[in-house]
Design a protein around this ligand. Sequence first.
Ligand code: FNR
Length: 195
Amino acid sequence: MSDVSVLAISGSLRDASFNTALIRAAQRLAPTGLTIEPYRNLADVPPFSEDREAQPPATVVDLRERIAAADALLIATPEYNYGVPGVLKNALDWASRPTFPVTAWVSPLAHKPVAIMGAAPTGMGTVRAQLQLRQLFLWTDSAVVSKPEVIVTNAHERLAADGTVKDPTTETLLRGLLDALVTRIRITQLAATAA
Ligand code: FNR
């Protein structure tokens, strides 16, 4: 089987973000043949407006092309006020739209395999944000991996900034999520071949 590439988006712009560290952890633990490329331009994605879709900003074109080219998305979301951070939701709103002028109502997120995870220094953090993301990806017809759920609570005890995972449960869950994502990618590739 060929190698696969994953575009990873951290929903935090914070330098010392636990979610960005979680993506580094995923890079460390990725199985052979899986490459994880972090997306670094989230802060530059302008606020979504339907009025700009016909001539989208260059950052948006690049984001949409990178999602389309990737075999899958890996999202690490913080939880802000029980929900998805605005910057992440904004980027996904841009990505959820078809290319204009519309010839087919298909977005780069359609049928795209997606894995969701999240880290917070709190005891319940990211549970609600992750659920909101799962709901969003229903509308986009994305192929979200349902298990295992990677909910890294008390992240300051479990994760180092360089992506070192300090507890075995988190490591097992993260490895399991990446394995499940590879399986979902293979299923999607088989379906595309059969179509
Ligand atoms: C938070 N935080 C937070 N935590 C949580 O468990 N549930 C929540 O609803 C919120 N709400 C919230 C709102 C805002 C505006 C901020 C700035 C923070 C705390 C949050 O989990 C913590 O700041 C994380 O460290 C953010 O993720 P990163 O930046 O470390 O990836």
